[in-house]
Design a protein around this ligand. Sequence first.
Ligand SMILES: [Cu+2]
Length: 194
Amino acid sequence: MKLNKVAMSVLTSGMLVSMMGAGMTVSAHSVAKHVSAASIKYPVVIQTAVYTGKQDGKKGWPEFAPAFFAAPANSRVELVIHSYDDGPAAVTGNNYAVKGTIGGYELVDGKKVKTIPAKNVAHTITIPGMNLNIPIPPKTGNEQYVTVVAYFNTGKAGNYPWQCMAACGSGSSGWTGAMSTNGWMKGTFSVYNQ
Ligand SMILES: [Cu+2]
């Protein structure tokens, strides 16, 4: 009967994995409470979207919604971005390159890329304190939005400011308006202790 119990527990964890694989919702937060952070196998999923000024009702003000994020310390994050913007903006420095993600890549409409042509960056999520850069290309003509997915690990707790590094705002530089306003093209990534 001892054997049965072992087989049963193997079956149960196997079933859990296949249930999770099938897309059943399992709260990463509740998992994190019972398992040490280093052993978390499933990421904390964070979703955001980039809306155009036309969509959000403020002309010339593209917007990340939400622009404030939170995840536990030392956990794995899957960041999913849907961007409705179809126009590129001048990107600063080498922020067209993916930086700090697991494997050094991001998925653009499901395709692994490590960099985007500098002329083809619409927005970025750049978090200097987390050594992270996630460039976002414009959506193409035949899609509603482009999907960018990035996986990364959070480090220690803290409030890390992020900023879009593609001049998508107002003014002659493109760096005022949405670019210089919290909740639009900049915000905070809060990493907290459980
Ligand atoms: Cu932007």
